[in-house]
Ligand binder design. Structure first.
Ligand code: ZN
Ligand code: ZN
Length: 69
């Protein structure tokens, strides 16, 4: 699995560590952004946050797209 961002930069020596949850492309350690996200659970009529955060991998490009103002 090759990191897509590395391929764009003509680097092929990196190994993909995950798949971006937004665009679905493989991403490497350098280009991945691992975020912790709270998961809501439905309890009765209300929602409650789970005790442990979930994990989400997004690539560098999607991370910029999400956070750029
Ligand atoms: Zn990369
Ligand atoms: Zn992405």
């Amino acid at each position: 699995m090759r990191c897509y961002d590395c391929l764009q930069e003509a680097r092929s020596d990196t190994t993909g560590i995950g798949v971006c949850s937004r665009c679905g492309l493989a991403t490497c350690e350098n280009h991945a952004r691992v975020r912790q996200v709270q998961v809501t659970r439905q309890i009765g009529m209300g929602a409650a946050y789970g005790r442990f955060p979930a994990r989400r991998v997004v690539c560098h490009t999607c991370d910029m797209a999400e956070t750029a103002h």
